[in-house]
Design a protein around this ligand. Structure first.
Ligand code: PGA
Ligand code: MG
Length: 218
């Protein structure tokens, strides 16, 4: 059986509306014009401190206050996390199927660990034997270390990484791990520009895709 590690934002959950809400509350508090959902969605992928840097660059706010602003956006996010976030269709059923087939499941996200644990609890996603967050290690994706750490915690078996973005494709490439690209997440470039082993549009396709990859590598 395989070790399958998943990305979180834009892969298992559509969390952009809550991240947008947190940033909106923060910008209102600062008396600054708010940014729309597509803009904030395009900022997701490299972790919250990076997202706040992009927000600062898009507003009159100043980079000297990055640490304080990051802390405040995080507080707003912790307060709203789960309100507007939804699982992508079929996620729960597919995780149940893969776990039932004996695969070892893990999570590797650039979202900080505390809100990651909170949203997994909220969504009842209890499938992961390894959870690596954006602040779990000194580096984050696209550095391959967090992904490798998740696989190491899962023990033995072929490795598969499942994600939605440029950052995930690059992480998989650097870790030399087969990458399954979910096409309905927060990717900014065309599918063809992201290195991948296969793509899928719906979670119902994933168990067959995994079985096929295992047969190909056997
Ligand atoms: O928090 C982010 O910026 C991205 O999170 P992800 O790695 O789960 O897509
Ligand atoms: Mg993602």
């Amino acid at each position: 059986m395989a070790r399958i590690v998943f990305d979180l934002d834009g892969t298992l959950i559509d969390s952009a509306p809550d991240i947008h809400l947190a940033v909106t509350r923060f910008l209102e508090e600062e008396g600054v014009a708010t940014l729309d959902l597509p803009t904030i969605t395009s900022f997701i992928g490299n972790g919250l401190p990076h997202l706040v840097r992009l927000v600062i660059n898009a507003t009159p706010l100043r980079i000297e206050h990055h640490a304080r602003h990051t802390k405040r956006v995080m507080e707003h996010y912790d307060a709203v996390n789960g309100q507007l976030t939804r699982l992508y269709p079929g996620v729960r059923e597919t995780l149940n199927v893969l776990q039932g087939q004996g695969h070892q499941l893990g999570l590797c996200t650039n979202k900080p660990s505390a809100p990651t644990r909170a949203i997994l609890d909220e969504m009842g996603l209890i499938h992961f034997q390894a959870v690596v967050g954006g602040d779990s290690l000194p580096t984050r994706k696209p550095d391959p270390d967090p992904l490798n750490a998740a696989f190491a915690e899962l023990g033995e078996g072929p490795e598969i990484y499942v994600g939605d973005s440029e950052v995930d494709a690059e992480t998989a490439r650097r870790a030399h791990v087969p990458f399954l690209l979910f096409t309905q997440g927060y990717r900014k470039s065309p599918v063809a520009e992201l290195p991948h082993s296969a793509t899928f549009d719906s979670f119902a396709e994933l168990p067959d895709l995994v079985a096929q990859m295992m047969a190909d590598t056997a």
